[in-house]
Ligand binder design. Structure first.
Ligand code: FAD
Length: 385
């Protein structure tokens, strides 16, 4: 392919991975076009309302530094030194992640992070096209078709190679699957989640310890809470889909209150809009996506959640997606053979993604069932000696 000797590339999705990869490539002189199905979130800015946050770890920060985004992101991040475990009897215990504040993770606001990454991608020279949802791909003619979500109009763009950063429900992955067997399988966890909010205190402060990831472990289920820089916490309730309690048995705000009165009593007074939050916010499914193949010769490659969506219990999905971006940019810079670059990228990253996916599943057991276990606490205490 002649075109692979040029430095043109087309990204699908301007979420976290798409915006970061656009920056890394544009900064190296690539002509980058990014197609995003939603509108430009920068036009309205962050409007307040519901905050959803993510744990950012060193793996992700390394990628942000390479893209020149770390400083802007860290300006609104909140440090989390460890897990604050909330026992059923109301006691709390802070389990540090490391020996000191050099070994911590950070809570970042998903919306703000996306705004920052889009802005630096544009400043780096990437061409961002909003309201362009990938609808279909003609891989033979190398034409991608996009739908405008406002009026349903269709738009075409020629491409050399497509990069799928379009998330767990990737339209590019679906289009690639029609050409090659990607060995795709999705394993659902049988548990789902719902987000609730702890607002600031009346004088504008944090209601509970800000520099911690709070966990209420309860055996088969749990709650967690991560701080936001606007002094709120985003609480995530994880429950099985079946059994007692579950999202099948806890269906409305009153039943959610009863669950909290019984199992999360110290959290209940912190969430004044529990009933409304529970009834308004949808329950999100949790699943792990496995693919045996992430690319279609030199014409398409997948990364981030499009390639390896995982359950969120290790807080590593975004961090892993950011590492993918660094690796793919490096492989693309090594030579003109894009199929070889995509193959090398997959060989490097697929085993890592599988390992993190397995750790994320294991960590659900640890978080919901082991962090309040006496033997575990003793072991952690000895480690800290
Ligand atoms: P996304 O962020 O999903 O971005 C995909 C983008 O593609 C979106 O902008 C979307 O609009 C766009 N798009 C979709 N379809 C199309 C289309 N057809 N055409 C064009 N554009 C399209 N990770 C962490 O590292 N730490 C955490 O603490 C953490 N917590 C999490 C908590 C929960 C409850 C969940 C569900 C996930 C969590 N994750 C966490 C995982 C993290 O959210 C994902 O791994 C990360 O968002 C993946 O980034 P991405 O860019 O691959 O996909």
């Amino acid at each position: 392919m002649n075109a692979s000797t040029s430095k043109r590339i087309t990204l699908i999705g301007a979420g976290l991975a798409g915006a970061l990869l656009a920056t890394l490539l544009a900064r190296r002189g690539w002509v980058v076009d990014v197609y995003e199905k939603r509108g430009d979130p920068r036009l309205k800015g962050y409007q307040g309302g519901r905050s959803i946050n993510l744990a950012l770890a060193e793996r992700g920060r390394h990628a942000l530094r390479l893209a020149g985004a770390d400083e802007a992101v860290m300006a609104q991040a909140v440090m989390m030194r460890g897990r604050m475990v909330h026992f059923l009897d109301g006691r709390c215990d802070l389990q540090r992640y490391g020996r000191d504040d050099s070994e911590v993770i950070w809570s970042v606001h998903r919306g703000e992070l996306n705004l920052i990454l889009l802005q630096i991608a544009q400043e780096a020279g990437a061409n961002l096209h909003f309201h362009r949802g990938l609808a279909e791909v003609d891989f033979d003619a190398r034409i991608a078709r996009f739908a405008d979500d406002r009026d349903g109009s269709l738009h075409e763009a020629a491409f050399d190679s497509l990069v799928g950063a379009d998330g767990a429900g990737s339209a590019l992955r679906a289009a690639m699957s029609r050409h090659a067997d990607l060995g795709e399988r999705t394993e659902f966890l049988g548990h789902s989640y719902k987000e609730l909010e702890i607002p600031p205190t009346p004088d504008g402060g944090f209601s509970i310890e800000p520099n911690a990831l709070h966990i209420w472990p309860r055996g088969r289920y749990m709650c967690i809470a991560l701080p936001n820089d606007e002094r709120t916490f985003t609480v995530t309730l994880f429950l099985p889909n079946e059994g007692e309690p579950s999202f099948a048995s806890v269906r409305d705000g009153a039943q959610a209150r009863a669950l909290f009165e019984r199992d999360f009593a110290d959290a209940l007074p912190l969430i004044p809009n529990l009933e409304q939050d529970f009834e308004r916010n949808p329950a999100g499914l949790l699943a792990t996506l496995y693919l045996d193949r992430w690319y279609l010769d030199e014409r398409a490659v997948l990364l981030g959640d499009a390639a390896h969506a995982m359950v969120p219990f290790h807080g590593q999905g975004m961090n892993c997606a950011f590492e993918d971006c660094v690796a793919l940019a490096q492989h693309l810079e090594r030579g003109d053979d894009r199929a070889a670059a995509f193959a090398a990228f997959q060989a490097q990253r697929l085993p890592n993604a599988r390992a993190i996916q397995a750790m994320a599943l294991e960590n659900y057991l640890e978080m919901r069932d082991r962090v309040d276990d006496d033997d575990y606490l003793l072991q952690r205490a000895l480690e800290r000696e």
